[in-house]
Ligand binder design. Sequence first.
Ligand code: HEC
Length: 106
Amino acid sequence: MRTFLLLSSLVLSTGAAHAVDEAAAIELAKNNGCLSCHSAKEKIVGPAYSDVADKYRNDKDAVANLVQAIQYGSKGKWGRIPMPAHPNMSAADIKTLAQWVMTAQH
Ligand code: HEC
């Protein structure tokens, strides 16, 4: 039993190396107020995450750039309303959110 658990957690952790934990990302987005300005499919105050994913689909630096935008704020890319900075979030949480945004679909 113990061997089985060990093996399955190994498989899960290697298999998930580049995948985003969607449930965890949604929790983070809720807890950090992202969803009061964003949704996956509709523009609210900020752009729909599916539109963000479309815009940067072919940009290999997309995640790194979105991390910067979330951490330091963003203005002028989508319209006249700026996004505030999120200085109190951990780098890991911001990266999870940036990766998750890039998986959003219409
Ligand atoms: C007060 C409203 C507000 C909140 C809260 C907010 N955003 Fe935004 N967000 C915006 C606006 C407005 C823009 C467009 C900024 C621009 O035009 O550059 C934006 C842009 C973005 C972009 C695209 C940046 C780019 O480089 O194109 C991402 C990704 C994003 N937000 C993610 C998040 C995440 C993740 C959170 C939570 C940690 C969050 N936002 C919280 C309003 C908000």
